[in-house]
Design a protein around this ligand. Structure first.
Ligand code: NDP
Length: 679
């Protein structure tokens, strides 16, 4: 008897009392594993996530969570051979494994890196700048993000059993929200294996990840306003979830990623002799055959200049001839079977509908001769290219979730945009053109209907990551029919799991809440220069206020000579006098900033190791020859770096003139040793 899949619920593996139903190998039809219709206590899982996983995650800072993600990614990376072997049984070829298994682990690495670089070593995230709300400066506004004390339920589709889980899990984890993962039945055995290895690693706090290998029935009934559901699957199930009382009345946040009739548009400028023509055809074939077209991002509609439709069909047909459909584990196979025989039935049904207004021009939906595999036992289909007229409805409405695409002709750029929009919102579009004007017009027209657009040409083709590959750092999700979500997109998808709140307070209270010094808050000058303090000793608000220094005409002349910056406003009194902003010689902004460094720096060797940049530099008031300047430097944010004996300190710098007007403001960025070692 093959293994019965188990759920990881409430800190233990749950095994159903019955034998379950068989899950078939996509190629041979043999049973890979069994899955029961009896699941664990879903209410208990929700409580456990909220009561155990959530508090454990929220006690970690963003950096600690990012470090855990990185360790997990490394751990799983060492186990890919095992995952790849099992993944073949879902119908995935070696190339498909690179998307699902390696791509999933890549998402963990990416979020680990983003979390470390773009989030603070804190549990609260300040959003945007401080808003000054009063004349006296004692009342300010600051938006903050905090982790929701709920669970993130992730209901995944069968096509990406690993990536589908990890791309949703990583942002939720970084946000401090525990996940309950419900994989699709057909390929749940691969998800279960990966979760098993994650649990064994002990790298995640208990309760951060639970697996529901069983029916989701009743799960939503237990969710409330701090919980979310991220669903990928059919539009039909998506619609059911949208209508669920927990969503309609209970405040559960629902993200849906359902059918998406993505398109690729061949630019009006392209001729069959241009490299872009071949790129268009190559990419279409790739998108039709990777994962046997079972990809939410696959190109379903090839929108091409009408006069080129025949040539596009011929070029794609020629390329499809070299596709080797067969056993996905074999080296030479370039396209495996669909995930299950039921899916083949679904694809054939969808093709039947498409044939209502399109004709098959390459391939036969009913026949396939896979290499080294039984065409009856395995869920094989041949790649199928259809051709339709612009007026046809079905290509814009029916998603055949397999290696199926339809070529549609357009007569004007405007018509190309209108055809794309008839998909009513998609995840991704490609624009393949060498003409910048066409690129701008098409992107502007397509963008409101898409979450991502790839502009492909001869210059980026070599390094392009391709139409179908969602990237963790870019938005993955699309408007309208595509569901309206934003599953990926760097930190954007992290904050979807958090609540944004506008906090109105005094600058001191805003500093306390965010852990970041707020202008107007108390400064602390204990007589020790802050550059003499290690990271362990330095406190937010530690300040040095410099003495004054006069900026002489001679200084300005010497700076111009030294740097070669002899711009007339610094060197030519007559021309400078005619300048409406200055009315005379003024100091270089960089001279002011350089002199400010001379005023605030403590020169003796100490814990400050390096200055690695400035942010937000603004020159606010011109400094004229004879003006005096002073600078106040205040520790604004302290971020220790993991695995290093130093961290980053962001300093608020304000340079002012004798009248007290700010002449320059900026953040100075330094690296400071964690501990002080006396020279
Ligand atoms: P489903 O919508 O049936 O299933 C998707 C997930 O939802 C599965 O985990 C499924 O679990 C779960 N589910 C099903 N019913 C419910 C429910 N009432 N409440 C909560 N969860 C539920 O889609 P399929 O995976 O079967 O795919 C069907 C079609 O959907 C494909 O042929 C394709 O056309 C489209 N699809 C589109 C995708 C896209 O992103 N564009 C991705 C995947 C599919 P279980 O498996 O246990 O039923």
């Amino acid at each position: 008897m093959t293994a019965l899949l188990e759920s990881y619920a409430q800190g233990a593996w749950y095994r159903a009392p019955d034998e379950g139903m068989p899950l078939a190998d996509a190629t041979t039809g043999e049973t890979v594993a069994r899955l029961s219709g009896t699941g664990p206590d879903v209410a208990g899982m929700v409580d456990y996530g909220r009561g155990v996983g959530g508090p454990a995650l929220r006690s970690l800072t963003f950096h600690e969570r990012a470090a855990a993600l990185k360790s997990l990614a490394k751990h799983l990376n060492a186990l890919t051979a095992e995952f790849h072997a099992l993944s073949h049984r879902t119908g995935a070829t070696r190339r498909d494994n690179a998307f699902d298994v390696d791509g999933g682990i890549g998402s963990l690495f990416s979020y680990a890196s983003k979390g470390t670089r773009e989030l603070p070593d804190d549990t609260v995230l300040a959003d945007g700048a401080v808003e000054r709300l009063s004349r006296g400066g004692t009342f300010v506004g600051q938006h903050v993000y905090t982790s929701r004390p709920g669970v993130a339920v992730q209901i995944n589709a069968f096509n990406f059993p690993v990536w589908g889980m990890l791309e949703k899990f990583a942002p939720a984890f970084l946000a401090g929200v525990p996940s309950i993962v419900k994989p699709a039945s057909q390929t749940a055995y691969l998800t279960e294996l990966v979760v098993r290895r994650i649990v064994e690693s002990g790298l995640l706090p208990e309760g951060a990840l639970q697996l529901l290998a069983g029916p989701p029935s009743g799960l939503l009934d237990h969710l409330g306003p701090q919980d979310s559901v991220a669903f990928t699957g059919s539009a039909e199930t998506g619609a059911k979830l949208r209508a669920h009382p927990a969503v309609v009345h209970g405040g559960v946040r629902l993200g849906v990623e359902a059918d998406s009739l993505n398109c690729s548009v061949l630019g009006p400028d392209v001729t069959p002799h241009d490299p872009e023509f071949a790129l268009f055809a190559d990419q279409l074939v790739t998108e039709m055959t990777v994962k046997a077209g079972q990809k939410c991002t696959a190109i379903r509609r090839a929108i091409v200049p009408d006069h080129l439709a025949g040539e596009v069909v011929a070029a794609v047909g020629e390329r499809l001839e070299s596709v080797v459909v067969g056993d996905p584990a074999q080296e030479g196979t370039t396209m495996g079977p669909l995930a299950a025989l039921d899916q083949r039935t679904e694809v054939r049904k969808a093709v039947h509908r498409l044939l209502g207004s399109a004709e098959a021009v390459v391939g036969d939906p009913e026949r396939c001769s896979p290499v080294g595999a039984d065409p009856q036992r395995g869920a094989f289909v041949s790649p199928l290219l259809l051709r339709a007229e612009g007026g046809a409805d079905e290509p814009h409405e029916v998603e055949a979730f397999g290696p199926v695409s339809t070529v549609i002709g357009y007569r004007s750029t405007q018509e190309a945009v209108e055809l794309a929009a008839r998909g009513r919102g998609s995840l991704v579009a490609s624009v393949v053109t060498a003409d910048p004007g066409a690129a701008r017009e098409l992107v502007a027209g397509l963008a409101p209907w898409h979450g991502r657009i790839l502009v492909l040409d001869r210059d980026d083709a070599q390094e392009s990551t391709g139409h179908g590959a969602p990237l963790p750092v870019l938005v993955h999700g699309g408007p309208g029919r595509a569901g309206g979500g934003e599953e990926l997109g760097g930190i954007r998808s992290v904050v979807h799991h958090m609540q944004r709140t506008a906090v109105q307070a005094s600058p001191d209270m805003a500093t306390a809440v965010t852990g970041r010094w707020t202008p107007g808050a108390r400064r602390r000058d204990d007589g020790v220069h802050p550059f003499r303090k290690s990271l362990a000793e330095l406190r937010i608000g530690d300040t040095v206020a410099s003495g004054r220094r006069t900026v002489g005409l001679e200084d300005i002349g010497r700076f111009a000579e030294l740097t070669g910056d002899t711009f007339y406003a610094h060197t030519d009194p007559e021309a400078a006098a005619a300048n409406p902003l200055f009315g005379g010689i003024v100091a270089h902004g960089y001279l002011v900033v350089s002199m400010a460094a001379g005023l605030f720096v403590d020169p003796v060797p100490g814990p400050v190791l390096a200055n690695f940049g400035v942010d937000n530099l603004r020159f606010l008031t011109p400094v004229k020859a004879g003006d005096s300047i002073a600078v106040t430097l205040t520790a604004k944010q302290i971020t220790p770096r993991a695995n290093a004996d130093y961290g980053e300190v962001r300093w608020d710098a304000v340079v002012d003139n004798a009248e007290g007007s700010p002449v320059a403001t900026y953040d100075v960025l330094t690296l400071v040793a964690k501990e002080r070692t006396e020279a």
